[in-house]
Design a protein around this ligand. Structure first.
Ligand code: 5AD
Ligand code: SF4
Length: 515
């Protein structure tokens, strides 16, 4: 906790907003607001050093708070959010709450929200409206909104005016304050709002209630300083802060010892890992080189920014072993003009050169990407450049989006002459290319034997097992339930549109591990 936050936390019961001066007029709600969000503050990047807190613990006064009570968390958005929900679940459990997957049974419902596109936000507002019914049935129910949307003042304003059945709003930097926020919400009849807009800290030792026992998420860094002109994340997640290497290595070692088979390293921009260390020269390549030596079958990372993807990292990834040959590398556009307006800070040529280097070092690599179509004033030619780049790289899969203006970002202020219909049609054409390449990539596996990490039954049929290859391809095959959690070899018989169908060959024996 930095000085500003410490002050903010001491002022919990005071009547005025503290560390943030909201742009919107909150005066009519002053008695409710503890700290309100401010995108203006969230934009600032100070020179203060990152402070590390290893001492997260829950005060005794809170420990019985959850006895006899149940919590329900609904998560929207990315894996970072999923992992934050695991942390919040961990905190709830330490407070004595039990988890439930039925809203009608819950004493506390949290919506962990995503702000990346308008439709993500609309889903949350829809859900909030729906929750009113439960609040009427059970007035004791606490409803909370957290995650990226709560960092936006327009959202908080809308909740204050339209969704007054919400009891708590807290931000992405306030997760560790959950016990205090809950206590405040139980005591107060008013909505409790605690959203810090500036964050300089890394908090270790947070409890986690992980969702599964096979794959685990591990944060390596928080925040983003890239400020792509379309993106809300640098505002909702704060400045880039890296966790110390020894903390990450220790966490991965512990997960390996607990039997986890796959680790996904998380960060909004993992290639900037270590840039903020003042005392050591240590980057993602160095970290991966250490993690490579840990006895766990697979390590992945997400999400990459092409700008900071350095040669050392490529060299280390080429060593293979538990570092998988799949890289998700968002390109966003194939047009230099659009990349410039997006402030991506690389050109099409730079991106293609990076891909060339990766392919030379890792010939078998599977590349996937993210693309935005319909950026303000995008021309048909510029869109075609994206399609051409897609074909040239030969991406195996892509997440594709129509540009969605986000209030507070530079792109939201740009004039846009591209009609929505044209945007939709471009997305449609791009998706046809994406599907063509995905199908071709899957087809190549027919007849091959691949390594699959078995995660459970297939979605459609309980007697069919499902898992993913190192390149993240979904494989379905017949086999006994005992194989769940294990690495197995599967012979691919048929490529479907989005998955592979195969037959079980044998269990992969690692270091004498028997099934
Ligand atoms: N509109 C549309 N797509 C967006 N993304 C991020 N911001 C926006 C926006 N405003 C996409 C990018 C990013 C992915 C996570 O979401 O492609 O890589
Ligand atoms: Fe959504 Fe981005 Fe926040 Fe993840 S970090 S929840 S994608 S806005």
């Amino acid at each position: 906790m930095n000085e500003e936050q410490r002050l903010a936390s001491q002022q919990v019961n005071q009547p005025k907003p503290t560390n943030a001066k909201p742009e919107k007029d909150y005066s009519q709600y002053f008695e409710r607001v503890i700290t309100a969000p401010s995108l203006k503050d969230a934009k600032k990047r100070g020179k203060e050093e990152v402070k590390y807190h290893k001492d997260f613990n829950i005060d005794e006064e809170f420990l019985a708070m959850g006895n006899g009570r149940k919590f329900f968390i609904r998560t929207y958005g990315c894996q970072m959010n999923e992992h934050d929900s695991e942390v919040m679940a961990g905190i709830f459990m330490q407070l004595g709450y039990e988890p439930t997957d039925r809203i009608e049974e819950a004493d506390v419902v949290l919506l962990n929200t995503c702000a990346i596109r308008e439709n993500a936000e609309n889903k949350v507002f829809g859900e909030l409206g729906y929750l009113l019914k439960y609040k009427r049935q059970n007035p004791e129910l606490l409803i909370g909104v957290c995650g990226c949307m709560s960092q936006e003042e327009s959202v908080v304003n809308k909740i204050l005016t339209t969704y007054q059945h919400v009891d708590m709003v807290f931000g992405t930097h306030n997760i560790h304050r959950l016990p205090h926020i809950l206590k405040e919400a139980y005591m107060s009849k008013e909505m409790v709002i605690e959203v810090w807009s500036k964050e300089g800290d890394v908090i270790e030792n947070l409890p986690k209630q992980r969702n599964g026992a096979i794959k685990a998420w591990v944060n390596i860094m928080y925040g983003c300083d890239k400020f792509c002109t379309y993106c809300i994340v640098p505002y909702t997640r704060g400045k880039e802060r890296s966790r110390r290497p020894d903390e990450i290595i220790q966490e991965v070692r512990e997960l390996a010892a607990q039997g986890y088979q796959e680790i996904m390293l998380l960060g909004q921009n993992v290639n900037a890992y270590g840039k903020d260390f003042g005392d050591i020269e240590y980057r993602l390549g160095d970290l991966m080189d250490e993690l490579r030596k840990i006895d766990i079958p697979r390590i992945r990372f997400t999400t990459s920014h092409p700008r900071d993807f350095d040669d050392h990292l490529i060299e280390v990834l080429a060593k293979g072993g538990n570092l998988v040959e799949h890289i998700h590398l968002p390109v966003q556009s194939g047009s230099n003009d659009i990349l410039k307006i997006m402030a991506r800070k690389y050109t099409r040529e730079h991106f293609l050169e990076l891909v060339r280097k990766i392919k030379v070092a890792i010939p078998d690599v599977a590349l996937t990407t993210d693309i935005i179509v319909g950026y303000p004033n995008e021309t048909e030619e510029q869109f075609q450049e994206t399609i051409d780049l897609y074909r040239e790289v030969g991406f195996e899969m892509a997440f594709t989006y129509i540009y969605s203006p986000r209030e507070g970002t530079p792109a939201a202020k740009m004039n846009d002459n591209v009609p929505q219909e044209v945007k939709k049609e471009r997305l449609h054409r791009l998706n046809a290319v994406v599907e063509e390449f995905s199908a071709a990539a899957l087809k190549q596996f027919e007849g091959q034997v691949v390594e699959v990490l078995v995660e459970g039954s297939s979605k459609k049929r309980d007697d069919v097992l499902a898992g993913y290859t190192r390149k993240n391809k979904l494989v379905n095959f017949d086999g006994p339930k005992e194989l769940v959690g294990h690495l197995v070899k599967v012979k691919i018989l048929e490529a479907k549109s989005y998955s592979l169908r195969g037959e079980f060959v044998e269990v992969v024996h690692r270091h004498g591990v028997e099934v």
